[in-house]
Design a binder for this molecule. Sequence first.
Ligand code: UDP
Length: 345
Amino acid sequence: MEHALVGGGAGFIGSHLCAALVSRGLSVTCVDNLSTGTRDNIASLLNHQHFTLLTEDISLLDTERWVRGDMPAPNYIFHLASPASVVDYLRLPVETLMVNSQGTHRLLDLARACGSRFLFTSTSEIYGDPLVHPQSEEYWGNVSPNGPRSCYDESKRFAEALTMQYWRSYGVDIRIVRIFNTYGPHSRLDDGRVVPNFIGQALAGEPITIYGDGKQTRSFCYVSDLVAGLLATMFTENVAGQVFNLGNPEEHTIVEFAEIVSSLVAEFKGRDGQDERPLLEWRDLPIDDPTRRRPDIEKAHKFLGWEPSVRLQDGLRQTISWFGAGHEHETISAVRGAHGAGAAE
Ligand code: UDP
């Protein structure tokens, strides 16, 4: 039986990945300190005979137990361990720097010692506020080296460099993906991201908070498409040392997105939301908030045969049902918490 180690496996994307790996017949060790992930995300896996949770910090991980053979040597290591929403990484900035630097170092050493294939999850944030649109993998980015977001984007850039160097210097079979904005079940209502914020606000009947003028754009990928991209990257032969953008190229302004979410939440509540205009509440734009973002996914299509297939409306309907199912009170209080965090940026 093949074995996978998933750093950050209790997080939003990691938990879906763990479930997909177990259902492909792999045994999975999930390492997660639960700083932003939750046990709830992996509740369906916790009693599975081929799933193990280690509640530990990747930055401090003692990897000797795999090297000694006390734990099964992983054939595959997926490194998704990092706070990833703006609210989370600004709350945990040093931890974010450490898990992407020291944590990546530990997992790369483990991959080198065990002969594991290694996948690092980088981010579209390495492109910063991009001067090239859409962003292809060749673009080097426009990033502040020490601004408030640098704990995330610069540590991801360092991790990309380190990961690539383990391939060049030691021949470790590495792959890097840059994840663009992703949404779906298991994201937290209080993580401050635009999708949970807007859905929570619309479900609670509260105004939708728009940061800045709302003309900035993002492109949203449903989590099942993203996980399919992670699996394709890991399990495709002959793509060692390659970097791939993973995301959905359908681009919307944030105000357009507020209108789409609002009308789908109205539909969820049994109203015809087509002609409903959402009530908007304007807030300051966070520092260094990128003005536009859209992935060029030609390379992933060509080498991995991957492209997203879930339509925005369908993915949002799934996400709204997940958030809306019996959690109305938690929804309202969690959203109030997220408002505070977003405004403080
Ligand atoms: N945003 C917004 N209202 C919110 C949350 C976010 O207008 O309640 C904006 C935010 O300023 C950014 C975009 O939505 O321009 C996406 O924000 P998110 O934090 O989800 O992701 P990122 O900035 O990392 O792409």
